[in-house]
Design a protein around this ligand. Structure first.
Ligand code: KG4
Ligand code: ZN
Length: 334
């Protein structure tokens, strides 16, 4: 079963071919980071125009690297939400055209769900290992921070989510505040690696819930920036970046491990762009009470291989999408 997937939910134009859910035949990503860096963040209008320019060459490259033609593909999968409406529209319409031209079924895929299938690509033995369910899934991206109990393929129970900023969004805003550039996650991580000290910053534990909140931390960093006159002093900025990263990671790891204990899961699966954070990866690996799965860096941030894998493993639970498949910018994971 060969699935061709298209992903355009945010600022990466991506296409991939994956065989039987885990064998990546090609995984092509055209990043728009250089363009959005000029503006200090993603400009939706610019992102969708860039997808229009990139989608055909990215798709052609994906088929060419897999040494296949469209007729060799069995199914088409495409991210149809959540994400930026204009960006999603480019991918969904392109995928619908491919489905019509090839006569193959099309599957609309949830972007958050696809992130966690990066784990199936990274750990192919998960396919045989039925004991992985129930799993605790912590999905931490630029737009979302959610914790789900995964009871089987396509079966989720939402445990908690952020009440304000997503973890990635918090990293991006903190980096902007500290004038470290975009995207903020890698910039904060780099600056933090030069830290020689720390500042006290708050953690929102929201006791009795599995929810998260990062806006108070962001405000605290804002006040710290002015009070300690951080800007223009790389040593102070490094210490602030370290303290901020430490606070975000502390809450994510502590709450995920606590939930894993309470719910008796067999493993924790981390995914989403923030899963690329070295400190988060290291702390979760060290502190998790159960086995932890963390995809390699290349599969943490947006890509289409994870979309193809998700379509493969959830196909039994779902029928193909109708030809009038539409985008859903606020699609949630159920
Ligand atoms: O999943 P993703 O590629 O796109 C969305 O679906 O949102 O996540 C992008 C987010 C950005 O906010 C970026 O700053 C964050 O992932 N990120 C990181 C790191 N690398 C990317 N956050 C913390 N540390 C990193 N090393
Ligand atoms: Zn994403």
């Amino acid at each position: 079963m060969r699935i061709l997937a298209i992903e355009t939910s945010c600022d990466e134009t991506a296409a991939a071919v994956v065989e039987n859910g885990t064998d990546i035949l090609s995984n092509v990503i055209a990043s728009q980071i250089d363009i959005h860096t000029r503006y200090g963040g993603i400009v939706p209008e610019v992102a969708s125009r860039q997808h229009v320019l990139s989608i055909v060459p990215v798709y052609e490259e994906a088929l060419s690297r897999a040494e296949l033609r469209l007729g060799d593909i069995d199914r088409i999968a495409v991210t149809h939400g959540p994400g930026l409406a204009g960006s999603l529209l480019v991918g969904v319409n392109f995928a619908k055209a491919l489905a019509t031209a090839s006569g193959r079924p099309i599957y609309g895929i949830n972007h958050m769900e696809s992130h966690l299938y990066a784990n199936w690509l990274a750990y192919p033995t998960m396919r045989e290992d039925a004991s992985r369910f129930p799993a605790l899934c912590l999905i931490v991206s630029g737009g979302h921070t959610e914790m789900h109990l995964m009871k089987g393929h396509g079966k989720y129970q939402l445990l908690g989510r952020t009440r304000d900023d997503a973890a990635g969004e918090a990293f991006d805003k903190a980096a902007r505040l500290l004038e470290l550039g975009y995207p903020g996650g890698p910039a904060i991580q780099n600056a933090a690696s030069n830290a020689t000290g720390r500042y006290p910053l708050p953690r929102a534990w929201l006791p009795g819930t599995h929810d998260f909140s990062f806006s108070g931390l962001k405000t605290a960093l804002y006040h710290l920036t002015h009070k300690e006159k951080l800007l223009g002093h790389p040593d102070r900025v490094a210490n602030a970046a370290f303290s901020f990263q430490d606070a975000v990671v502390d809450v994510l790891v502590t709450k995920a491990c606590r939930a894993a204990d309470e719910l008796g899961v067999t493993c924790i699966m981390l995914s989403g762009g923030v899963a690329a954070n070295a400190v988060l990866r290291e702390r979760l690996t060290r502190e998790s009470p159960v086995k932890s799965f963390i995809p390699p860096l290349s599969l943490c941030t947006d890509n289409a291989a994870m979309v193809a894998s998700c379509a493969y493993f959830t196909a039994d639970q779902r029928s193909p999408s109708e030809p009038d498949l539409d985008v859903d910018p606020s699609l949630s994971l159920k």
